[in-house]
Design a protein around this ligand. Structure first.
Ligand SMILES: [Zn+2]
Length: 354
């Protein structure tokens, strides 16, 4: 049996519902109130189900009360819903402010080595040099023999080589000319280019090279070189000095002093190391230049006549210079990057700085 106070409760429940609806702040809150009273399992719906259990005499009044309450709550909710929707639409509109600064889309960055390589190519290109690329898997002929490094030559030991397993047998030192390897420098492209071109010409060869050695802050087993080669009838060391000085001044954007030191490479004669006056201390001596005031930038020299003979050039007619600079070293100097291993670390924080 339904308790007596339930019918008395209806006006109270109605007032309670109406006041809650009046102060609802959002359509979401309103829908919660609505379903609490008039939802499928709402309080007043539940009362409707129980009408049959009410004393027959009181039943019509009871039913009328419930229906009136439902009607009043439903009407109030409908009005309130309209008001809240208007406010919400208005708020949504005002939140779309076209004068607000947008959220910046993160863009990709070029790797510092890519930036440096492009800059170098641009500088040499502007001086009339062609840009050539070549295979990273080489044969012993192009990497060693043709560059005046025959199998028995002790200089072959200077390059710790990744040899590639193939059916052609032979120990590293005694390898046949066709044995494959990962090129230890970009110099084999000197041979490949001269085999198919006649002087005069001037080219640079950017590319990867590989040496079988331990890595540390200044050595990687995979690195990038910029090879240079200029051949003609009267190309001299003076031409080299001018070209390389012009390059460094463009590259570093300041006046550069060059020093050539006597050195040895099998494929050049004479050979020299190229130093530049320290960029960081202007020659006074600092930790970066090991107090010497000079920075080693790479090797160079006049192309050895044995190299010209290997590509069947007339050695009485042509001469030229060649050089090889490390791309990583140039990038480290330009951007003051302390460790060569950072380039291959995949650390996005490095490239984001450029
Ligand atoms: Zn210094």
């Amino acid at each position: 049996m339904i308790k007596r106070q339930q019918s008395d409760n209806i006006p109270i429940i109605k007032e309670e519902a109406l006041s809650k609806i009046r102060i609802a702040h959002s359509t979401v809150e309103l829908e919660e109130i609505y379903s609490f009273y008039l939802g499928r399992k709402g309080i007043l719906r539940n009362f409707l189900i129980t009408i049959g259990q009410f004393p027959a005499a009181k039943r019509p009044d009871y039913a009328r009360n419930i229906h009136e309450a439902i009607k009043a709550i439903d009407m109030a909710a409908r009005d309130k819903r309209g008001q809240l929707l208007l406010v919400e639409i208005k708020n949504k509109r005002s939140s779309f402010d076209i004068t607000m600064p947008g959220i910046a889309v993160k863009r990709g960055h070029l790797h510092p080595l890519t930036l440096v390589e492009r800059k170098i190519e641009h500088i040499f290109n502007s001086m009339g040099f062609g840009i050539i690329e070549g295979p990273e898997i080489e044969d012993a002929w192009h990497n060693f023999d043709a560059l005046n490094i025959p199998p028995d030559h002790p200089a072959r030991e200077l390059w710790d080589t990744f040899w590639i397993k193939s059916k052609i047998s032979g120990r590293a030192g005694k390898a046949p000319k066709s044995k494959l390897l990962l090129r230890t420098h970009t110099s084999p492209m000197q041979i490949r280019y001269m085999e198919t071109h006649q002087p005069p010409f001037k080219i640079i060869v950017p590319g990867k090279a590989y040496r079988f050695e331990a890595t540390d802050a200044s050595h990687e087993f995979q690195f990038n070189q910029i090879e240079g080669l200029m051949v003609g009838e009267d190309v001299s060391v003076a031409n080299f000095k001018f070209v390389v000085q012009a390059f460094f001044e463009h590259f570093f954007g300041k006046e550069i002093n060059i020093r050539l030191r006597a050195s040895y490479f099998p494929f050049t004669e004479p050979s020299f190391e190229v130093d530049i006056r320290c960029l960081f201390c202007s020659g006074r001596g600092c930790s970066i230049c090991a107090r010497s005031g000079w920075l080693e930038m790479g090797g160079a020299g006049m192309v050895h006549r044995e190299v010209f003979k290997a590509v069947k050039y007339d050695v009485s007619r042509v001469q030229g210079f060649a050089f090889g600079f490390g791309l990583e070293r140039l990038a480290m100097m330009k951007y003051k990057i302390p460790d060569v291993r950072l380039f291959n670390s995949g650390d996005i924080q490095l490239s984001q700085q450029f």
